[in-house]
Design a protein around this ligand. Structure first.
Ligand code: SF4
Ligand code: SF4
Length: 319
């Protein structure tokens, strides 16, 4: 299974949008026909099929933020533990925008969650697994603020599901696979990534700090929850106490807030109100830090002088 949610938009591509799969090579499993929600395709996957589990034995699966939320909760671990143990890093673009893929086993390209009985995390499997054997293509047209989705069929030789006598619309398949929730929650994030990729050089190379924030807000939700309680964050942003409480009570809402934060941090959109006194508070904190550093420097000098006199005293005593 090597199809993921298609986000990439080559920065050299014409800015009227992408057609990444409009001219696939004869070897590609991607069918060169874009489908809409009402278009039909023939496919059925079930436990009794001869190729059962084949698609999970050689994976290349990109993870989106809601995938991680669902999986870490299923495993009852923190997002940090999930990232450390079940993902591997990759760069989503030439500027090193951080992406994550689902980990494979040490000894093979099989998914870490594959069991002889099938997917070990089936109810919370990532959206790319739910889409297969469809792929999702997100693209943005020139001057459009939002992306548009289309779909394509992926026919890999080992997958016998295409020979099964079941025809459904793309919309029916998405519903059956529980994709509506996944897409609704991940949509804002996909737009954030697409905006970066479609803007290319006009947005420019992101700073290291902005990429750290992108990683934190996209993938490490428990870390992001701690982050919004830090004085640095609460001094800068005006967060209504009721909203703050709601964010702490619902991870889905927290993730939505993380995407709002990213729009502000990466693109300067005002999605979270900034405190009127934020600049003054930052200056005050800076002043306090400088004063503390000066006090530390004086203490250190006094200590050095004391040590010097101590050694003189001992030398005198020794005489
Ligand atoms: S998460 Fe489940 S469905 Fe997805 S590749 Fe792994 S075993 Fe297969
Ligand atoms: S039909 Fe395709 S998707 Fe289903 S188990 Fe077989 S290879 Fe995997």
């Amino acid at each position: 299974m090597s199809i993921d949610i298609r986000l990439p938009q080559p920065e050299s591509a014409p800015d009227q949008g992408i057609k990444e799969y409009s001219d696939p090579s004869p070897m590609t499993p991607v069918q060169p026909v874009q489908l809409g929600p009402n278009d039909t395709f023939q496919f059925r996957c079930h436990k009794g099929i001869a190729c059962f589990n084949k698609c999970c034995q050689n994976i290349d699966i990109m993870l989106a933020p809601y995938d991680i939320l669902r999986l870490k909760n299923r495993l009852r671990i923190s997002s940090r533990d999930f990232l450390d143990n079940f993902t591997r890093d990759f760069a989503m673009d030439g500027h090193g925008m951080p992406g994550l893929k689902l980990a494979t086993r040490d000894e093979s390209p099989a998914c870490v969650f594959l069991t002889p009985e099938g997917c070990g995390v089936y109810a919370d499997r990532p959206s790319a697994c739910r889409y297969y054997a469809l792929g999702l293509l997100s693209m943005r047209k020139k001057d459009s603020p939002t992306d548009e989705d289309s779909y394509f069929v992926v026919k890999e030789d080992h997958c016998l599901g295409h020979q099964e006598a079941k025809t459904q619309t793309v919309g029916e398949y998405r519903k059956e696979q529980g994709l509506e929730d996944y897409d609704a929650i991940n949509r804002d994030w996909r737009q954030i990534v697409l905006k970066k990729r479609s803007s290319g050089p006009t947005v420019g190379r992101p700073s290291e700090r902005s990429m750290e924030l992108f990683f934190l807000a996209s993938y490490d939700l428990d870390g992001f929850r701690d982050f919004i309680s830090t004085p640095g964050f609460t001094d800068l942003f005006e967060l209504d106490p009721a909203e703050n409480e709601a964010l702490l009570a619902s991870e889905e809402r927290l993730l939505g807030f993380a995407f709002r934060f990213l729009k502000q941090a990466l693109y300067g959109e005002i999605t979270i109100p900034i405190r009127a006194d934020a600049a003054e508070k930052r200056r005050e904190r800076y002043r306090q830090r400088v004063e503390q550093m000066e006090r530390d420097a004086v203490d250190s000098k006094v200590f050095d002088q004391d040590a010097q006199y101590e050694s003189l005293k001992y030398e005198k005593d020794d005489e």
